[in-house]
Design a protein around this ligand. Structure first.
Ligand SMILES: Cc1cc2nc3c(=O)[nH]c(=O)nc-3n(C[C@H](O)[C@H](O)[C@H](O)COP(=O)(O)OP(=O)(O)OC[C@H]3O[C@@H](n4cnc5c(N)ncnc54)[C@H](O)[C@@H]3O)c2cc1C
Length: 414
């Protein structure tokens, strides 16, 4: 087994999280070793959407491929087929140009090359960490950042939770009739008109859809969070039923998307000698499933803190560097906010179809800065509390009962 020089930081992964944090570490002048099972040049398989303001606040809006001004949701009343009952979000939404996004991040990595390897084992010692790959190759670094996604076996968490997953089945394609109005983005179409009484009792799902121009559309049937997750078969069936109800057939499938990721992974233990970033660090927003904005906002401070720790004291033990990193990534404020979001998600998961629809209808009646701040995790903790109280105060009584957990109790007692 050949041993390699000890890098300052080793990053595992080549997804959005790995590229975001590696770019910032390189910019800090650190010696970075990057390892991933797949090349960072390989196209990412997912479509990534984001509220444009999140990118504008980082001056990165040029990374979008699509941008919609007409952004709406439908919450219906369960009986009406009317198209006119919708909520305007009055906020632009976009989809990333993944090539440009990957390239922009790789540019900031200053030509760093990735070792294409799968990490199998990580050994910690006081001053360095050894990463052993399936090829038998061993790499050394002062500290390791696991950015290998939600399913990492390496990051330790305090307990095993029942994991709720967001699941979605989507199609980019051509349709016999437009499934979405021209130039429109639909965040949530919760209208249940196409569902029968049995389907209405199954875990709820909504349509996430957009006009991609040149006659193609992206339509995705999405279950916000469920344990066990809603199956792809059920979501596909729902999508087809929804389209058929409107007399729409899929004429050509250009791309199919299967989306499955955890929404309520417990936060990692913050005294472990391994750092993490992205899905592996439970950074997915528990209320919305969004991650990318958070990666872009939080990578610079984490990289700065690691650089400071390593440069301040060349002999600093690995566990101390990692601890400083964890404290920066998951500040007390962010931990408290995460708990509130987890609490909110837990409540939502007990809601049936009609209650969930009613909840989101109320949610988007909040002032725009409030719901936007909630969904992007950009509200300071006191403000987040106030927004949650405000939501409670304007919600109809059945939603209020749900928010304090009485729906769950009612279900359990029956
Ligand atoms: C279909 C789908 C759509 C999504 N849409 C959005 C969206 O619109 N907006 C949003 O904000 N979020 C979205 N998400 C959520 C989240 O942003 C993604 O899950 C995101 O890909 C997570 O990024 P990551 O870099 O942490 O992990 P991943 O993208 O999963 O990348 C993990 C990387 O680690 C590598 N790796 C794994 N194991 C090892 C190993 N043992 N050794 C070495 N390398 C390894 C992999 O090859 C890969 O390069 C979506 C998720 C999915 C699944």
């Amino acid at each position: 087994m050949k041993s390699i020089n000890c890098a300052d930081v080793l990053v595992m992964g080549a997804g959005p999280a790995a590229l975001c944090i590696t770019a910032e570490l390189v910019q800090e002048g650190l010696d970075v070793q990057a390892i991933a099972s797949k090349s960072p040049l390989e196209p990412w398989p997912n479509t990534y959407g984001i509220w444009v303001s999140e990118l504008e606040s980082l001056n990165m809006q040029k990374l979008l491929k699509y941008r919609w001004k007409d952004t709406v949701s439908f919450f219906g009343d369960g009986t009406s087929h009317k198209e006119d009952k919708f909520t305007r979000h009055c906020l632009d939404y976009g989809l990333f140009n993944l090539n440009n996004f990957q390239e922009a991040l790789l540019d900031r990595c200053n030509g760093l090359s990735w070792q294409i390897e799968t990490v199998e084992k990580i050994d910690f010692s006081e001053k360095q960490t050894a990463v052993i790959c399936s090829s038998g190759e061993k790499y050394l670094a002062r500290v390791v950042i696991d950015a290998s996604g939600h399913n990492t076996p390496f990051v330790r968490r305090p307990f095993k939770a029942q994991i709720a997953k967001q699941a979605a089945y989507g199609v980019v394609g051509k349709f016999s009739y437009p499934p979405v109005e021209k130039n429109r983005f639909v965040l949530m179409d919760f209208r249940p008109d196409h569902l029968n009484q049995i389907q209405l009792k199954e875990p709820p799902s909504f349509l996430y859809a957009m006009d991609l121009g040149d006659g193609s559309y992206f339509v995705e049937e999405t279950s916000l969070a469920c344990s066990p997750p809603v199956s792809f078969e059920l979501l596909k069936d729902r999508l087809n039923t929804r389209l058929a109800h409107k007399g729409i057939q899929i004429e050509e499938i250009i791309h199919e998307e299967h989306c499955l990721f955890p929404m309520n992974l417990p936060l990692p233990l913050r005294d472990q000698p391994l750092l993490a970033f992205g899905g592996s660090a439970s950074m997915v927003h528990p209320a919305s499933g969004y991650l990318i904005g958070s990666l872009l906002r939080r990578a610079p401070s984490l990289a700065k803190e690691i650089a400071k720790a390593i440069k301040d004291d060349p002999l600093m033990p690995t566990s101390q560097i990692a601890r400083r990193g964890w404290k920066t990534l998951w500040t007390n404020e962010l931990v408290q906010r995460h708990r509130l979001y987890q609490f909110g998600l837990q409540r939502l998961m007990s809601f049936d179809e009609s209650l969930l629809r009613s909840f989101f209808d109320t949610f988007f009646k909040l002032p725009r800065n409030d719901w936007y701040g909630y969904l992007t995790n950009t509200l300071p903790l006191p403000r987040l509390f106030i927004v949650m109280l405000k939501l409670f105060s304007i919600a109809p009584s059945n939603v209020r009962l749900g928010m304090i957990g009485l729906v769950l109790k009612k279900k359990e007692n029956t």
